[in-house]
Design a protein around this ligand. Structure first.
Ligand code: PXP
Length: 261
């Protein structure tokens, strides 16, 4: 879709509820319940819910995934590593989408994108049964042309572009790097859409950094977690999701205004 000839698509907000589970697990009990948080996020305007079932189960649990699948009224995006165990879980619960991410036990969060170029053959075989089960497959990648080409070649439906470097540079006010990273993301979004991939983005986004990414017309979904859950401590989850939704809508309206219908 070209920025100059048609209205950009609606931008969906996927709310990642992992860190509600992080707080719950700090005491090993049931509170706060990530499924309840997911329901509140939906009421506040989330279009979908994302949860990362990690190999070490440090936040989201198997029961959370079962409950989310049973009770959610919006699509569930299951983030997971490309392991045999996770394949079985995905095929059992059949979420709307699976987002494949790299995972190492020591990392604090998902640190870089999936190396689809290196994992080409393995990923082709891994993705096939998930797609055959009617689940959309998304690959979380760095905004690199080689990773985009490989993602299309292995049969992914979606790429989620890693916004972490952009957000880190913005936090540290490194203006030149911010510009470089935004350019990489914009070029990657265009290239991905041209390759027939649906384009999502996420990681590290905040009220201050969401605007320029939301203004990239090929991007149709943002997945945002840590900041929204952290911000909920101060003003509540409803308020943090509403404000993020409004900022996304404003950025989208601005580019809609600048395109000729
Ligand atoms: N997208 C993917 C693939 C992720 O792994 C994460 C972090 O779990 C996010 C989006 C959300 O990142 P954040 O919690 O920093 O908003």
């Amino acid at each position: 879709m070209s920025q100059t000839c048609s209205k950009p698509a609606y931008l969906r907000l996927g709310v990642n509820i992992d860190h509600v589970a992080t707080i719950r697990n700090a005491r090993g009990g049931l509170h706060p319940d990530p499924v309840h948080a997911a329901q509140l996020a939906v009421e506040a305007g989330a279009d979908g819910i994302t949860a990362h079932l990690r190999e070490d189960r440090r936040h989201i649990s198997d029961d959370d995934i079962a409950k989310l699948k049973a009770e959610l009224t919006r699509p569930l995006n299951l983030e997971m590593a490309a392991t045999e165990e996770m394949l079985g879980i995905a095929l059992k619960h059949r979420p709307h989408a699976c987002c494949l991410v790299p995972e190492r036990r020591q990392e604090l969060t998902t640190e870089g994108g999936l190396d689809v170029v290196a994992g080409h053959n393995l990923l082709t075989d891994y993705i096939a049964p998930i797609r055959e089960a009617g689940i959309r497959v998304s690959l979380f990648i760095d905004p690199e042309p080689s990773q985009i080409e490989a993602s299309a070649a292995v049969g992914a439906d979606v790429v989620e572009l890693h916004t972490g470097r952009y957000c880190e540079a913005a936090i540290h006010d490194e203006r030149e790097t911010v510009d470089v990273e935004l350019r990489r993301l914009a070029e990657a979004a265009t290239l991905s859409a041209a390759a027939g991939l649906e384009v999502h983005a996420g990681h590290g986004l905040t009220f201050d950094t969401v605007g320029p990414v939301a203004a990239m017309p090929e991007i149709v979904e943002l997945n945002i977690g840590h900041f929204l859950i952290g911000e909920a401590i101060f003003g509540g989850l409803h308020s943090s999701v509403r404000r993020m939704r409004a900022l996304m809508d404003t950025a989208r309206a601005e580019i809609s205004g600048s395109v000729s219908a």
